[in-house]
Design a protein around this ligand. Structure first.
Ligand code: NAP
Length: 413
């Protein structure tokens, strides 16, 4: 079904059905599912499509590809998305504004009003936070092994971190570097067992466990790292020409601001339910930017598929509500909360009355349809309302089914 209706009236602002912020594996999967459902899909991306996959040396855990170059996988994601006709635009999202239920995406190329939004802006590498890190960034301090590894051909380097990225990229970097000091602050790595085993079997890798980097030092370029043992306090210096920092991720969610209605967990990750719905109706999040257990390409694509389908379901519901609730000559609707047992009981009793030949009453979950509730200015739940061509003519807060009966009895035919 092709849905090109609009929830809101068209004004001079660009108005789109589904806007996807970020063109990594999550965003591209969402775009594929959105397009295949017939939605008008616009993907906003800051750089090249594929996100972090582009800076991943080798991908070995995406089913169907035993070993594939990250850039190659990113390229095929994009080609696949293009095949379904999603529109791409290179632009930077500055903020996401919610005005009276409208969703406005402010970008460096202008504002876009979206019926629904999927945030799939991914995550970025964190900084180690040691002295000299910022000063030597681009002068020996790096965050991408694929991009910068070849610069250290035949030279000793340090890798900071003990997670999958650090352990995997340390191994990758041995094809260039003469020696890789893998510096981790604890005695055990956090990475997956197979990655640890492979790295430790590599004669060019020297694990330096229990040490933090206090300082990255040098002249024009990095020359050494100053380490400190967290237990004994022992300090140690190692001469290196480069330092690769892989100490975790932070979500690319700055454009949501410090506060704002989209709920986030500690660390600013976006909180969603299993349908990828955020705390704001019609706004979904998918991939690494989300608060989740496992950040992988395969989980990002899964999130994207779910978000794409959930956005489609949301939009279909909104368009249906518009045509069934706001356009007819006269209609009655029961606004309730689908998580309140009392409200559900009244809804079930309404259905019984309908089955016995009573006039139909639409049942609307007010929590999932905040925008329509706001538009109709329904303050208290559960409530029954009569509408004429989208205009509220009567409203009553109800507590028992007899309230609904009274409302219907006293209503003008
Ligand atoms: P991560 O799993 O969060 O690991 C971060 C590492 O950095 C930890 O070992 C942590 O130490 C250390 N660390 C954090 N802050 C530090 C600091 N200030 N100074 C020194 N060390 C610090 O992050 P990641 O390795 O970047 O991976 C991010 C996500 O991508 C993870 O979900 C990961 O599984 C996934 N990933 C998967 C693959 C793969 O499956 N092939 C490859 C790459 C990444 P502690 O251990 O002491 O906390």
């Amino acid at each position: 079904m092709i849905l090109y209706a609009r929830i809101i009236g068209v004004n001079e602002m660009e108005n789109r059905q589904l806007v996807i912020v970020g063109g990594g594996p999550a965003g591209l999967s969402a775009a594929i599912y959105g397009r295949r459902s017939g939605l008008d899909v616009l993907v906003l991306e800051n750089g090249i499509s594929g996100g972090q996959v582009n800076v991943t040396s080798k991908v070995e855990n995406y089913p169907g590809f035993k070993r594939i170059d990250g850039m190659e996988l990113a390229k095929s994601f994009r080609e696949h998305t293009d095949m379904f006709g999603a529109e791409f635009r290179e632009s930077r999202v500055e903020s996401l504004l919610f005005e009276g239920g409208d969703k406005i995406i402010r970008t460096d190329k202008g504002d876009i009003m979206a019926d629904s939004v999927i945030i799939s802006s991914g995550a970025s590498f964190s900084k180690a936070g040691c002295k000299g890190e910022t000063e030597f960034t681009g002068r020996g301090v790096c965050y991408c092994a694929v991009c910068d590894g070849a610069l250290f051909d035949g030279l000793p380097i340090a890798v900071i971190g003990g997670g999958n990225s650090a352990v995997e990229e340390a191994d990758y970097l041995t094809q260039f570097a003469s020696r890789v000091y893998l510096i981790h602050r604890r005695e055990e790595f956090r990475a997956q067992k197979t990655l640890i085993e492979r790295a430790l079997a590599n004669p060019k890798i020297e694990p330096v466990m229990g040490f933090v980097v206090d300082e990255i030092a040098g002249g024009d370029m990095v020359e050494r790292v100053v380490l400190r043992n967290l237990k004994s306090g022992e300090t140690r210096e190692i001469e290196v020409d480069g330092v690769f920092v892989f100490v975790g991720l932070k979500p690319n969610a700055e454009f949501l601001g410090d506060k704002g209605p989209i709920r986030r967990s500690r660390g600013d990750w976006i909180v969603t339910n299993e349908k990828m719905e955020t705390s704001v109706e019609g706004v979904f999040a998918a991939g690494d930017v989300r608060d989740k257990f496992l950040r992988q390409i395969v989980t990002a694509t899964g999130d994207g598929a779910t978000a794409g389908m959930a956005a489609y379901e949301y939009l279909s519901n909104q368009y249906y509500l518009r045509s069934a609730l706001l356009e007819p000559e006269r209609v009655r609707a029961f606004f309730m909360s689908s998580i309140d047992p009392g409200h559900l009981a009244i809804a079930a009793q309404i259905e019984e009355i309908e089955k016995a030949g009573g006039r139909g009453i639409m049942k609307i979950d007010a929590h999932r349809n905040v925008r329509i509730r706001e538009k109709l200015d329904i303050k208290e739940l559960p409530a029954i309302v009569s509408l004429e061509r989208g205009r509220k003519v009567r409203e009553r807060v109800v507590s028992v089914i007899d309230d609904v009966r009274d409302f219907c009895k006293t209503e003008m035919p």
